[in-house]
Structures are given as C-alpha cells and as structure tokens.
Design a binder for this molecule. Structure first.
Ligand SMILES: Nc1ncnc2c1ncn2[C@@H]1O[C@H](COP(=O)(O)OP(=O)(O)OP(=O)(O)O)[C@@H](O)[C@H]1O
Length: 442
C-alpha cells in the first residue's frame, strides 16, 4: 500500500506531499507572496498535524472528565481530589504546519510528553481529534498506526534507544530493516545519513564507544533514514552537556534549513525553544497558555505567567526591527544602514553603533517600511517598547502607516539595501527542518 499516496491529502483535499519538501504548485505560488519563513508565509502552509480539543486524562473513569463542565473546569488539585484523575492534556488545539519547527515548551509536568505522544497514539487521547494530512489518526487500525509511526511521524528520544551490539551503521539502518528494505540498499542509505549528521568514519563503532552527543546523532540519523514527513523530538538533548547540546541544536537548524522538514520539538528549555522554534506552544497544567512565534511570546506575553517565564530573555535577540521601528521622518529616507524587517534589534544596535548614523532603515524588497533610532532600540532592551509600536506594524505587504512618512518612497527608487521506546512496533524514523528564517538567540 502506498502510504504517501494515501497520506498525500491535506485538510483541504488538495494533493499534499509532492517530495521531500512537500510543496505543491499551489503552495509555491502562495508562498511567493510572502518571504519564506515569515509568519505570514508559514501561516499559508497546509497543516501536517491538526489537533482539536484533545484531552488526556489519567485515572479512574477518565473519559467522563472532558465532557463534564463541572469536572473539566476544576484545577489540577481539585480534579485529583474529586476524582483521583490527572488531566495531563486539557482541551488543546493547534496545527503543525508543513515545514515548520513547532516547539512544545513548559515546565516539568506541564503535559508536553503526553501531548506529543498522543499525536501518534503512543498514548491514547481521552477525547478530541487528531489529523495527519487530513486523515483521522484516532480511527487508524493497528496496521495504519504502525505505518504512521514508521513512515510518517518518527520520534527521536532523549534516551537514544540504540542497540548496543550493533554498529553505528546498523543502528541507523535498523528502521529501514524493519521496513523490509534490502541489506545493500539500507546500508547505502544509512551511510548517507551517517555522513549527514557528521559521523563519517565512525560507522563501525558500537554505541558504547561513542560520546553522548555522538549517540544522539546516531539516533537522529536513524530517524532521518526512514525519511518521515514529521520528526518528533522528545527532549532529545537534555542529557547532553551545554556545548554538545548547542552543536546538536545547530544540527537541527541546519537540517531544517536544508530539508524543510516538519518538526515537533519538546523542550523545557526556553533558550532552546527560542533558538529552534518557528512557533512555540507554551504549556501549563495541560493547557496551552500561549502559542506564537518566539517574538510574540517574548514581545507580547499573553499573561503574567508567560511574562514571568520570559523575563530574563535578552529581548534584543528575539524582537525584530519590524516590531521596534517607527515612522520615517523627513531627511531619514536615504540615511543609515538598511536592515531586513526580520533582523533582530541586536543586529540594528550593532549596525547603528558601527556606522554612527542616528537611524537604521527597515527595508523590504526595496521598500522603506520605517526606521529604528536609538530610542526605539533602547525601548526594546529596557522592555518599554510600547503597544503603539506593535500596532504600527505594517502588514506583510508593507502597506501600513509606518511606511507612509513623507520621505518614505514605496516605489522603485526606495533605497535597497528513536527509537522504539514506548512504541510497541519497534523503532521508526524521524526527520526535521526549517525554511530560512532568522533564528533568535543562537
Ligand atoms: N501514566 C501516567 N499516569 C498518571 N499520570 C501521568 C502519567 N503520565 C503522566 N502523568 C501526569 O501527567 C502530567 C503531565 O506529564 P508529562 O510527562 O506529559 O509532563 P512533561 O511536561 O512532559 O514533564 P517532563 O518535562 O518532566 O517530562 C504530570 O502531572 C504527570 O504526573
């Protein structure tokens, strides 16, 4: 049976996956309207996973909780006291869009792992709907589920789950072996993946002869080998020391840039979330308290909890000049360094300091959108960026007030410038990648 053919429908009924990047002609033409990797462009992509009102309740008679407003509305402690149940995931809805890195972040016990395991039913949701490319995951039979986990959504775990008596190459080839691929072909493909994650020369070693970071690379290569549509990472790097962790994060960013794979990445580390995520779902007590880009989460926290969570983040490394800029005033349209709207405030500070100019210009494809002066930049660093800045923001067409200053030509003369842990059917492959948006807090 062709999994890809059956999987190749998105929620709209269009043909979805057309290759490794999974883009159709329709998508490509839509994407041409907005720069790749911008929120506007990402939001036009079809969802890979659609999650609607999903609950996971552990405990006696768990299934009565989601549908009973008296129980569903209780606090975690209240629910436990009344029913003995824990609602690990509470009424969660979101889409994971094709080609994005979707990060699920939250403190220990907030429900991250449970939620992500529900996506492929490693944990059975109590209520709700989960779609992959428009197909109902909850109604899949055993065979279809196995295919889902083996071919379409592969998991990379924190404990790499490598087979100790097999070589690196055979570990990487394992998922392909499970799929029934012939020896020569799978070893060739595995060798390609070993090279891709930077382990050339180590093919014949056993896992015990590798460092933790190298073992995690083997886990990643094994997941990539089966070329899944989505890679699911469950805190894969949390056991690694900080430098190796950083290397692995860069590896993920690189894979994302080069291959545009869709990834769902669990972490409790805010910096990791900001570095990797196109969008971040911040969880607390089983709920998503905010879902947004790193810039939205840091620049516009939804409530006091999120504000406290992001309090120590260096805002200038996350907030873009698009959010910080002001209108152009007379005499400013042809002075100062030019920056793309997605450039960070940190980059603008550097540019202004280096050139000694009073402002930097925010230019998008030849159009001057606005300027940032020292005051705008300091406002970001100090956390005093007013809401008015945000509301001044132009839309992606650049048609907002910010570009409308007397000196702000909009025309052509504008200045330019796994493994099988918890999975009954054995290890499955993964994957992952991002379109070239600027990452914050690298
Ligand atoms: N099998 C289970 N039975 C009962 N409660 C569970 C079970 N698995 C998880 N829980 C509870 O569900 C809640 C969410 O757990 P989960 O492991 O999803 O959180 P997490 O955010 O991934 O935490 P961590 O970062 O520590 O892994 C916790 O209160 C946990 O104790």
């Amino acid at each position: 049976m062709s999994v890809l053919n059956e999987a190749g429908k998105d929620g709209t009924g269009r043909t979805g996956r057309t290759g490794r990047t999974g883009r159709t002609e329709d998508e490509r033409s839509t994407r041409a309207l907005a720069p790749p990797g911008t929120e506007a462009e990402v939001s036009t992509r079809p969802p890979v996973f659609g999650v609607r009102n999903v609950w996971k309740v552990f405990g006696p008679k768990a299934e009565r909780v989601p549908g009973d407003p008296g129980l569903a509305g209780l606090s975690p402690a209240g629910l436990r006291a009344r029913t003995g149940c824990t609602a690990a995931v509470r009424d969660v809805s979101f889409d994971v869009r094709k080609g994005e890195v979707f990060v699920v972040m939250g403190l220990s016990g907030s429900g991250k792992s449970t939620l992500v395991r529900c996506l492929t039913r490693l944990i059975e949701p109590t209520a709700g709907e989960i779609l992959i490319d428009g197909e109902d995951v909850l109604s899949m039979d055993r065979t279809r589920l196995r295919e889902l986990r083996r071919h379409r959504a592969a998991m990379v775990f924190q404990h790499f789950g490598l087979l100790p008596h097999r070589t690196v190459l055979d570990n990487v080839a394992y998922g392909l072996e499970v799929q029934g691929m012939g020896r020569a072909e799978r070893r060739e493909r595995a060798a390609e993946m070993v090279a891709k994650v930077g382990l050339d020369g180590l093919e014949s070693r056993r896992p015990g002869q590798l460092s933790g970071g190298q073992q995690q690379r083997v886990g990643l290569a094994r997941a990539l080998a089966v070329d899944p549509e989505v890679l699911l990472f469950d805190e894969p790097f949390s056991a690694l020391d900080p430098l190796i962790r950083r290397d692995m994060q860069e590896e993920v960013v690189r894979l994302h840039r080069e291959e545009h794979r869709t990834m769902v990445f669990i972490t409790h580390d805010l910096n990791e979330a900001l570095r990797l995520g196109d969008r971040i779902a911040l969880m607390r007590d089983g709920r998503i308290v905010q879902l947004g880009t790193p810039e939205e989460i840091v620049g516009r926290p939804a409530d006091a909890y999120v504000r406290d969570f992001v309090r120590d983040v260096p805002r200038e490394q996350v907030i873009s000049v698009r959010s910080a800029m002001r209108r152009v005033e007379p005499g400013e349209s042809d002075r100062g360094p030019s920056l793309a709207p997605g450039a960070t405030v940190a980059a603008a500070i550097e540019a202004v300091a280096r050139t000694g100019e009073p402002v930097a210009r925010v230019v998008d494809e030849g159009r001057l959108l606005g300027v940032v002066d020292r005051e705008c930049l300091l406002d970001v660093v100090a956390g005093t960026l007013s809401e008015s800045h945000a509301s001044d923001e132009p839309d992606e067409s650049g048609a907002s007030g910010a570009s409308g200053g007397p000196d702000a030509p909009g025309g052509p003369d504008a200045p330019g410038g796994p493994d099988a842990t918890g999975e009954p059917d054995g290890p499955d492959g993964p994957d992952g990648a991002r379109a070239g948006s600027d990452r914050a807090v690298r």
